[in-house]
Write a protein that binds this ligand. Structure first.
Ligand SMILES: Nc1nc2c(c(=O)[nH]1)N[C@H]1C(S)=C(S)[C@@H](COP(=O)(O)OP(=O)(O)OC[C@H]3O[C@@H](n4cnc5c(N)ncnc54)[C@H](O)[C@@H]3O)O[C@H]1N2
Ligand code: MOO
Length: 400
């Protein structure tokens, strides 16, 4: 396919949507569920708490026995036993009796209130009550926290510590979640070296490999960084073959343009098929979408901000579809802090930083790493618009 026969973004998204990848479901232990996305509705199988529970240390009573109690004419009840947390009460309260209970203990049969010990006096096996208790005083009734049968979590929920705590409260030790899509990540270029290596003349440290790998992980995917392909076809082809063999899709950054050493397109073409080479957007024009062995392969631009913008526009929606989080795109409306010029006829995605209610454009260009590091997201400027005025309302789409 010829270089940069650019197509509209919609066409690129149509191809991404047509990829026949399906969400997979797996069961994981609750201990490994944090950050995963639920693939089932969770209905409470039990009442929480499972029994009427004392919320204070004190005396379980029949409230009606205490209705006549007053400072001047207290009621005396016979203490017939004790129930502590974790025990099953074997005692039943008859009229005129009380049972000592500790916080968390199940209420013995017949009792409907617990008076905290500070409010009574105890003499041998008698407790002296000075004011009436009402039914449910000092008691948390069974199911008042979570009733049995209640829908507590819905499929598509990302599990944070609150959700895992809820699952634990309901007794789930495993849970069904969407399997993490496996994504191979390849950086390309003779100039790229990994952090920790010596920075010889003409070399730069890898940015895109790290950025994409961790953006995938943040989204909930499993990223496999395969390393750096050198500027020769064999080096890239070897990593691409490994990527499609081991993963659900492959992302390559750099070499996406049509220069003498831009090999991504020709290598995909040799191993599979290129659907698109060039999208009518800025940044991110030199972008490739193809397939190898039935697996989607994306050639993202080498410029870090272009790479990350196109990852957000094209790859992130596919990953979200695979983990049941299609609707998880964060956008906010802010006011542009100053006037911006755009190129007529190019649909632009401009990185911006959010400062309070303002969107501050970052104009360092897509070759700068700080363009996306300092940015919270980007705004879209349609091809028909040349100028956005200061104070104009814009929609910011967050990176990642
Ligand atoms: N004749 C033309 N040249 C270029 C055009 C064009 O239309 N005509 N477009 C420019 C634009 S815009 C972009 S974006 C880049 C994208 O090209 P490639 O995808 O082929 O990227 P490279 O040439 O491999 O690299 C571009 C630039 O980015 C640096 N880079 C690459 N990979 C990484 C990485 N993993 N970490 C950090 N930096 C990376 C690379 O060293 C280059 O400086 O093409 C323009 N040229
Ligand atoms: O298209 Mo490049 O991706 O403008 O920065």
């Amino acid at each position: 396919m010829a270089f940069l026969k650019v197509v509209p973004l919609e066409e690129a998204l149509r191809i991404v949507n047509s990829f026949k990848l399906k969400p997979r479901v797996e069961e994981v232990s609750l201990d490994e569920a944090l950050g995963r996305v639920l693939a089932e509705n969770i209905v409470s199988p039990i009442n929480v708490p499972p029994f009427d529970r004392a919320t204070v240390d004190g005396y379980a009573v029949r409230a009606q026995d205490t209705f006549m109690a007053s400072e001047s004419d207290p009621v005396e009840l016979k203490v017939i036993g004790e129930v502590h947390a974790g025990e099953e009460p074997k005692i039943k309260l008859a009229p005129g009796t009380a049972v000592y209970v500790s916080t968390g203990a199940p209420l013995p049969e017949g009792a409907d209130a617990v008076i905290q010990f500070e409010d009574v006096d105890r003499k041998d096996d008698t407790v002296i009550v000075y004011k009436p208790a009402y039914p449910s005083l000092g008691v948390m009734k069974a199911g008042t926290d979570i009733p049995r049968g209640k829908l507590v979590l819905e499929t598509g929920t990302r599990l944070g510590f609150k959700e895992t705590a809820l699952l634990s409260a309901l007794g789930f030790n495993t849970v069904k979640v969407y399997a993490k899509p496996k994504v191979a990540v390849i950086s390309t270029g003779n100039e790229i070296v990994l952090p920790g290596e010596e920075l010889k003349p003409g070399k730069i440290y890898d940015i895109n490999g790290r950025a994409i790998t961790d953006a995938i992980r943040e989204l909930g995917g499993e990223a496999c960084f395969l390393g750096i392909a050198r500027d020769d076809e064999k080096s890239l082809a070897d990593l691409m073959i490994k990527g499609v063999a081991e993963c659900d899709m492959v992302l390559i950054s750099g070499g996406a343009s049509g220069g003498m050493r831009d090999l991504t397109s020709s290598v995909i073409e040799k191993l599979g098929r290129v659907y698109i080479h060039g999208i009518a957007i800025q940044p991110g024009k030199p972008t490739i979408i193809g397939v190898v062995d039935g697996k989607p392969v994306f050639g993202l631009p080498g410029y870090p901000t272009s790479c990350l913008t196109n990852f957000t526009l094209l790859v992130a929606p596919l990953l979200r579809r695979l983990i049941g989080r299609e609707s998880e795109v964060r956008k906010v409306r802010k006011k542009l802090v100053h006037k911006v010029f755009s190129v007529k006829g190019r649909r632009q995605f401009l990185p911006v930083k959010i400062e309070g209610e303002k969107a501050v454009p970052i104009l360092k260009g897509s070759g700068a790493v700080t363009s996306f590091v300092e940015a919270d997201g980007f705004i879209e400027i349609p091809e028909t618009v040349e100028i956005l005025e200061a104070g104009e309302e814009v929609e910011v789409t967050f990176f990642g």
